[in-house]
Design a protein around this ligand. Structure first.
Ligand code: EPZ
Length: 418
C-alpha cells in the first residue's frame, strides 16, 4: 500500500491539466451496454473506479481494447447479466448497469450496494421508478433481480433529484416506445454529458440539465466516438490548493460554468479568479470566512465540501459548512484536526475557527473527497505530513502526486512500509 509524503508549506506555480470526469465516464461506460455496435471513448482516466467498471463490463461480455488514448468497447455479445457482490462492494456505481441491461436484454441481477463510508445511500429511487416503468423487481439473497415486462413510457416524478437514479432511468428508457418523462431530475453537468453520449449513439433525450428530462424510445443505436467533460471536482480541488497557498496557478481542461456556484462563492469570499473558456486562473487572494450549505446542482456540490472545509481552516475567522446531501460526510474532520484545524461538529454543520497556518502530521484517508481535503491541507501545512491509505485517492484523482509535483509541491509517493 502506498502513502503520500508532503513537505509544506508549498508555493504553487504553473498549470495543471484536469482529467476527464470519473463521474461522467462511469455512467457513460454503463450506457455502452445499450449499444450493439462498438463505442470508442477518448481519454478514459486511469482510475481504480474506471478499471472496476471496465472489469464489470468485461464480465458481462463486452470486449475492451485500448489503443493509445482511445478505449474501444464492443458490446455486441452480452453473455451475462450479473454484477457480483465482489465488484459492487468496491464501487457503488456498478448499480448503473441495471437500467441499460434491462433496456438491452430485459434482465439484470445486481448486488445491493449496501451502505458506505459517507452514509446509508439507499437505491429506492432507482428501483421504485424502474417498477413504475413496468420492470419486475425482486430483492433476494442480497441481489436485485430485475426483469423487463415491456417497459412503458410513464411520468416519473423523483422524490429527490438523485444523480444515479436519474442516470439509471434515462438509460432504462432509451428503447421504450413513446416518451418517458423524468421530473425533478438531477441537473448535474454529468447528467447532460450522459444525455449527449446517448444522443451521439442515436438516442433521443431532451431536457438534460433542467429538472424535466424526456426520453423518446428509438429502435437502435450506432457506432460512436465520444469524450467526456473535464472533472469539475478535480478542478475545484486544485483551485482550493492554489488559494490555500496564496499561489498563482492555471487549472486547465475545465469549463468554469460547471463550477459556477463554487467559483461565485469563492469570489464572494475574496478569491481572485479569472475564467477562461476552458480554464480557471487562480491568483493570490486575501480570503474571508464563509457560510456554505451543500445542495444538488446548481448548488454547492457535496463532493467539494471537504476540500472547502480545508480551505476555511486556513482563513482566520469563523466559517460554517452544512452538509445537506449525505448523512455522514465529515470523516475528514478528525483528520483535519490532526493538522491543527479547529472544527466543532453540531448535527450536520461544522463550525470552523480558521487560522493562517496548519501543521503537518500523519493522517489517514477515509473516503475519496475526505482524502482530497487532507492532501490540500497538507500542501498548505507547515512541516511533514504522511497521508496513509491513499487507495481512496486513486479511485478519483488521476496521477495526483505527479500533478501536484508539476505545480511545485514537495510530494513523494512511497510504499507504506518504508
Ligand atoms: C453521485 O452519487 C456521485 N457518484 C457522488 O460522487 C456524489 O457525491 C453524488 O452523486 C451527489 O452529487 C457518481 O456520480 C458515480 P445521489 P449518487 O443518488 O448518484 C439519497 C464522489 O466522491 N438517495 O444523488 O449515489 C442518497 O442517500 C461521489 O465522486 C436516496 O435516498 O448520489 C443521498 O443522500 C461519492 N435514494 C442523496 O440521495 C436513492 O435511491 C444523493 O444521492 C438514491 C439516492
Amino acid at each position: 500500500m502506498d502513502k503520500l509524503i508532503i513537505e509544506g508549506p508549498n508555493k504553487l506555480s504553473g498549470s495543471v491539466k484536469i482529467s476527464r470526469a470519473k463521474n461522467a465516464y462511469l455512467p457513460i461506460l454503463a450506457a455502452v451496454l445499450l449499444n450493439d455496435k462498438p463505442v470508442h471513448l477518448k481519454n478514459l482516466p486511469e482510475l481504480r473506479d474506471i478499471r472496476t467498471m471496465l472489469t464489470l463490463l468485461q464480465n458481462l461480455g463486452v470486449r475492451v481494447d485500448q489503443k493509445e488514448n482511445v478505449t474501444t468497447l464492443d458490446p455486441s455479445n452480452i453473455s451475462n447479466h450479473l454484477a457480483t457482490y465482489e465488484l459492487v462492494k468496491t464501487m457503488r456505481a456498478s448499480i448503473f448497469v441495471l437500467g441499460p441491461l434491462l433496456a438491452r436484454i430485459g434482465k439484470a441481477r445486481v448486488s445491493l450496494p449496501g451502505g458506505c463510508a459517507i452514509g446509508t445511500r439507499p437505491i429506492d429511487i432507482h428501483l421504485d421508478n424502474l417498477e413504475k416503468m413496468g420492470a419486475e423487481i425482486v430483492i433476494e439473497n442480497g441481489y436485485v433481480e430485475a426483469t423487463k415486462r415491456n417497459l412503458k413510457a410513464v411520468h416519473l416524478p423523483l422524490k429527490f433529484p438523485s444523480v444515479g437514479a436519474t442516470e439509471n432511468l434515462m438509460m432504462a428508457a432509451v428503447f421504450t416506445p413513446g416518451t418517458t418523462v423524468i421530473e425533478n431530475s438531477a441537473r448535474e453537468p454529468e447528467i447532460v454529458d450522459l444525455a449527449n453520449f446517448i444522443n451521439a449513439m442515436g438516442g433521443k433525450v431532451v431536457g438534460a440539465g433542467t429538472s424535466k428530462i424526456e426520453i423518446t424510445g428509438v429502435n437502435e443505436l450506432k457506432e460512436v466516438e465520444y469524450e467526456a467533460i473535464g472533472d469539475r471536482i478535480e478542478a475545484a480541488t486544485y483551485v482550493m490548493a492554489g488559494l490555500m497557498t496564496n499561489s498563482e496557478i492555471t487549472v486547465e481542461g475545465i469549463k468554469p460554468q460547471h463550477l459556477e456556484f463554487v467559483l461565485d462563492t469563492l469570489r464572494s469570499m475574496g478569491a481572485n479568479l479569472e475564467d477562461g473558456e476552458n480554464s480557471i486562473h487562480v491568483k493570490p487572494s486575501q480570503l474571508k470566512p464563509a457560510k456554505i450549505e451543500t445542495q444538488p446542482y446548481p448548488g454547492f456540490p457535496t463532493d467539494i465540501q471537504a476540500q472547502m472545509m480545508a480551505l476555511c481552516c486556513t482563513i482566520p475567522g469563523h466559517s460554517i459548512i452544512t452538509e445537506a446531501i449525505f448523512e455522514n460526510r465529515f470523516m475528514h474532520v478528525p483528520e483535519l484536526s490532526r493538522l491543527g484545524a479547529k472544527i466543532d461538529l453540531k448535527g450536520n454543520s461544522a463550525f470552523i475557527e480558521g487560522s493562517e497556518q496548519l501543521s503537518g502530521a500523519p493522517v489517514m484517508c477515509t473516503d475519496l473527497r475526505a482524502s482530497a481535503a487532507l492532501v490540500v491541507a497538507a500542501v498548505a501545512a507547515k512541516g511533514k505530513s504522511e497521508i496513509r491509505r491513499i487507495y481512496h485517492l486513486d479511485r478519483g484523482y488521476e496521477r495526483l502526486d505527479q500533478k501536484l509535483a508539476g505545480l511545485g509541491v514537495k510530494v513523494q509517493r512511497v510504499n507504506e512500509n518504508m
